[in-house]
Design a protein around this ligand. Structure first.
Ligand code: MN3
Length: 238
């Protein structure tokens, strides 16, 4: 089937008219700010027994994938949206009708990407040594005190949310916790005292552990320490 020259001109005119009426909509359809679901950096059963393979499959393939899909729908409606990190850092200036979706789903995308890349099979994640160990001692008094503070933040988070170790603007490390899919990048959303750059995050939503641990969140947390990728965490110190 071939288009006549007249049809071609008509189509071109229509595209031109649409572009002049709603440039934002047309641009959004080819948005370069869409995100993709990153693959896991290990096999789904690689973290067993700390995290079982069924939980990994559902968590990555359904939950994380769902956040990616819904974020892309929301961000496609914002023609001047920046990168995911820029969006999370400027949520209060996002269009009001998509702000909640960008917050929940954008947070979900970012948080899970950090989470997968903060774990490694037991025995493969390196040790807390060198610069990382020094920074924990400087900020918390000892490595044990850091772990205790982080575990307490994770176990005491009411309902769904995350525990974090962040680099604060003054360079100190700190432990914080946020509800739902909020994170320490969300200026204007989380308290200023909780803002910083996450170097480690732990998902304490029930979907992260319930299949294997049911209500035993503290068992999940204590086993999770065995699969932390300390080499990756140290690299985030910059
Ligand atoms: Mn999760």
């Amino acid at each position: 089937m071939s288009l006549s020259r007249r049809d071609l001109l008509k189509n071109t005119a229509l595209v031109g008219a649409a572009a002049s009426i709603a440039p934002g909509i047309l641009r959004a359809q080819s948005s370069s700010n869409a995100v993709t679901l990153p693959g896991l950096p290990y096999a789904v059963d690689a973290l067993e027994p700390a995290i079982d393979s069924m939980t990994m499959q559902i968590h990555h393939g359904k939950h994380h994938a769902g956040y990616v899909r819904k974020y892309n729908v929301a961000v496609s409606k914002w023609s001047s949206a920046g990168t995911l990190e820029e969006v999370l850092a400027t949520l209060p200036s996002a269009p009001e009708n998509i702000q909640t979706s960008l917050r929940n789903n954008g947070g979900g995308v970012w948080n899970h990407t950090l989470f997968w890349n903060s774990m490694a099979p037991a025995g493969k994640g390196g040790e807390i040594t060198g610069d990382l160990a020094n920074r924990f001692v400087e900020s918390f008094g000892s490595v044990a005190a850091f772990k205790e503070a982080f575990s307490a933040a994770a176990s005491s988070r009411f309902g769904s949310g995350w525990a974090w170790c962040i680099i604060k603007p003054n360079g100190q490390l700190a432990v914080t916790s946020t509800p739902n899919q909020d994170n320490p990048l969300m200026k204007g959303i989380v308290p200023d005292s909780d803002l910083g750059t996450p170097i480690l995050g732990l998902d304490v939503w029930e979907h992260a552990y319930y299949l294997h641990y049911q209500n035993r969140r503290t068992d999940y947390i204590s086993n999770w320490w065995k699969v932390v990728n300390w080499t990756a965490v140290e690299e985030r110190l910059g």
